[in-house]
Write a protein that binds this ligand. Structure first.
Ligand code: NAP
Length: 306
């Protein structure tokens, strides 16, 4: 693969930025990658493990001279970081981000973007429940989607270049507008995370009855909820606070469906339950056919881990 940018700056050095770095290196997609993280501890770790060609002590230093700057910090921190680096953004450079919510990031960042800088928000639909500079790996984005959310009037060449970078990191790339992105993600990611957090919280409440049984006999359903509910608290607090409307809309619909299922159980309406579960099983098949998950029993974990 060939070099797409001379210099890329990654601001925030957690799961997503570190995965980007390893994927950029794997593909030889940039001449130099600089990085900055807020805490000295994270910067030290990055230096120790060789994360970034150059780790800088200020965001401005990392950004100076970069052709592409990617904000990889929690959604709630994007505006302040953009304001800080704005004066040193190179004319003609692209400013992007990886935030899980797009409308809020656009509102927070766009006012700070100087004339002549291309602002192209993005969101890779890939992640794990781990965070921090040591959690990243080059394959994270392989065969996963990255959504670009360009604002109106963005230079098509700048979009094509960012698309080429994400494709080089292994992603499929699509474009979407911010409102639609936030609604789609509320259905596919944000509401499911809230449901997982709730379910694990409920099981924890029941601990007085079940003692350690919740953990000991943790079967696949609950265990998968606990994995999701182990996700980073800062990131997810910011997601819900910044994608409030879409998440509340989906949770409203979820509650209606839940009441319908509750009624079916109470009244013994097996037909309703059977039809509903048949429909949801077809959705699972669609996800596997689209190559977005494995059909292996127990998600391919194998006997040892079950
Ligand atoms: P992470 O592993 O928790 O890393 C976050 C990084 O941001 C850390 O380097 C942290 O620095 C820095 N940071 C935190 N607060 C900051 C602040 N106020 N100012 C400056 N820097 C700050 O997070 P991540 O999982 O990579 O997520 C980063 C972004 O990607 C988020 O916007 C998230 O919505 C998005 N995203 C996440 C996933 C996922 O599954 N994790 C998937 C797609 C998109 P310190 O280490 O020094 O504290």
């Amino acid at each position: 693969m060939s070099q797409i940018y001379d210099r890329v700056a990654l601001i925030g050095l957690g799961l997503i930025a570190s995965s980007m770095f390893w994927a950029i290196k794997r593909g030889g997609l940039a001449g130099e990658v600089t990085g900055y993280a807020r805490s000295e501890a994270t910067r030290d770790t990055a230096r120790r493990i060789g994360l970034c060609d150059r780790v800088c002590d200020t965001a401005r230093e990392a950004v100076e001279g970069a052709d592409l700057v990617v904000l990889c910090v929690p959604v709630g921190a994007m505006g302040a970081v953009a304001e800080d680096i704005a004066p040193v953004l190179k004319p003609g450079a692209t400013l992007s981000d990886v935030g899980s919510v797009k409308q809020h990031v656009i509102q927070a960042v766009q006012p700070h973007v100087p004339e002549g800088v291309h602002f192209i928000p993005a969101h890779p639909l890939a992640g794990t429940e781990h965070s921090g500079p040591e959690s990243g790996f080059a394959k994270l984005f392989d065969n996963r989607w990255c959504l670009l959310v360009p604002v109106e009037g963005t230079d098509p060449d700048a979009i094509a270049r960012l698309r080429a970078l994400w494709e080089g990191m292994g992603s499929y790339v699509d474009e979407m507008d911010a409102d639609h992105h936030d609604l789609v993600l509320a259905v596919t990611s944000h509401a499911p995370h809230l449901i997982a957090y709730t379910m694990v919280g409920v099981a924890d409440d029941l601990r007085r009855v079940t003692d350690s049984e919740v953990i000991k006999y943790s079967a696949a359903g609950f265990r998968d909820f606990t994995r999701i509910a182990a996700s980073d608290p800062t990131m997810w607090r910011d997601v819900f606070l910044s994608n409030k409307d879409a998440t509340l809309e989906i949770l409203g619909r979820f509650t209606e469906e839940l009441f319908a299922l509750q009624r079916a159980i109470r009244t013994g309406d097996g037909e309703h339950l059977f039809d509903y579960f048949t429909h949801t099983r077809a959705i699972r098949r669609g996800i596997i056919d689209a190559g977005q998950d494995t059909d292996a029993p127990d998600f391919g974990r194998g006997k040892a881990s079950s």
